[in-house]
Write a protein that binds this ligand. Structure first.
Ligand code: KG4
Ligand code: ZN
Length: 342
């Protein structure tokens, strides 16, 4: 049987809808919200309003691109959390209404699990997927976690950040340098022209597999404050070197703990997921680890690294196979730890 899953993602500032046939992507439409740029970060109230405007056209575009009719959809999967509550409510309400009107099952998906399950999206029959168990470094704007993935929905968080997320570290560093939001992709681009050894920033000393990024932000802030006193053009003159050095430091912090996790668990299949997994410096570090440590690495395509609905649909597909359906009465959750059963 052909199973068509409609996936909906609205947890932050991108409205996305995708149609999958099993694990195969037929469409993956993303509407970015430009409205936040001038505020230097996502404004939750504006994000919810933009989702309201975008959701119908985005769903229509996804169905059209997949070349299927509404009535062919077998189930609708949506992001229940974590994320901005007002934004999640838009996707949740739309998914509920769609499921009710089409009389099809509703499937709730956890955004962070979906980032990991993006590795099971197939685009052609050659797609390489990880075997269980594998390790996944999940790095986004709100989370930084090392996850031991035992099965599709059996995941153990074995390390996490105690303060800022890696994406936040990129975005805050960019903000300090006067670069627009979101800073991660821009730092990545500018870093390509710079020297990663030009400047060094302090790395945290945190127990075991946990992370901390708030000290790095302070270290960058004080370093630039001191340099700007001597030369007010310091940032302009050294932009590429600063970006390369900051990226190098963040990637180094991420990789040290990931390598430790591999040693502790004995697992050598290692994946990365989430927005920061689009970072080219992190890609290179993973490729080095593959050569030097004998890892088998899994790096998602950039369109499946950052927020997208294809990952929601693939997670929804596996739940659909298990007949794990959601009730119409469920509500979204803002934080992963606050998930309530419905
Ligand atoms: O997963 P995501 O799209 O949204 C959340 O769930 O948070 O991640 C967004 C984060 C932002 O902090 C953004 O700056 C970062 O991912 N990001 C990057 C890159 N592309 C996106 N960070 C570094 N390098 C990139 N190429
Ligand atoms: Zn995300």
């Amino acid at each position: 049987m052909n199973t068509y899953i409609l996936g909906i993602e609205s947890s932050c500032d991108d409205t996305s809808a995708a149609v999958l046939q099993g694990t195969k992507v037929l469409s993956n439409v993303i509407a970015n919200q430009q409205v936040h740029e001038k505020y230097g970060g996502v404004v939750p109230e504006l994000a919810s309003r933009a989702h309201q405007q975008n959701i119908i056209p985005v769903i229509e575009a996804a169905l059209k691109e997949a070349n299927i009719e509404k009535k062919q959809v077998n189930a609708v999967a949506f992001t229940r959390g974590p994320g901005l509550l007002g934004s999640l409510l838009v996707g949740t309400s739309f998914a509920k209404a769609f499921a009710l009107s089409m009389n099809i099952p509703l499937v709730e998906v956890d955004h962070m699990q979906a980032h990991i399950l993006a590795h099971f999206i197939t685009e052609n029959d050659q797609s390489k997927t990880p075997d269980f168990p594998f390790l996944c470094l999940t790095v986004s704007g709100g989370h930084t976690q090392i996850v031991k993935v035992n099965d599709y929905f059996n995941m153990e968080i074995i390390g996490k950040t105690i303060d800022d997320a890696a994406g936040e570290a990129f975005d805050k560093a960019a903000k300090i340098m006067g670069l627009p939001y979101p800073g991660g992709p821009l730092i990545d681009k500018l870093a390509k022209e710079g020297n990663p050894q030009a400047f060094s920033f302090s790395e945290p000393r945190i127990q075991e597999l946990d992370y901390s990024f708030s000290g790095l932000k302070t270290s960058i802030l004080y370093f630039l404050r001191d340099q700007l006193r001597i030369d007010s053009d310091f940032i302009t003159k050294n932009k590429a070197d600063l970006c390369a050095s900051i990226q190098h430091t963040i990637v180094d912090i991420l990789m040290k703990k990931l390598k430790l996790a591999s040693i502790q668990t004995g697992i050598k299949q290692v994946a990365i997921a989430g927005g920061v997994s689009a970072n080219s410096g992190l890609h290179s570090a993973m490729q080095d680890a593959e050569k030097e440590l004998g890892w088998t690495i899994f790096i998602p395509k950039i369109s499946y690294s950052t927020d997208n609905a294809a990952m929601i649909a693939v997670a929804g597909y596996y739940k659909f196979l298990n007949k794990e359906f959601a009730a119409q009465s469920l509500t979204p959750y803002a934080r992963q730890s606050s998930k309530k059963s419905s």
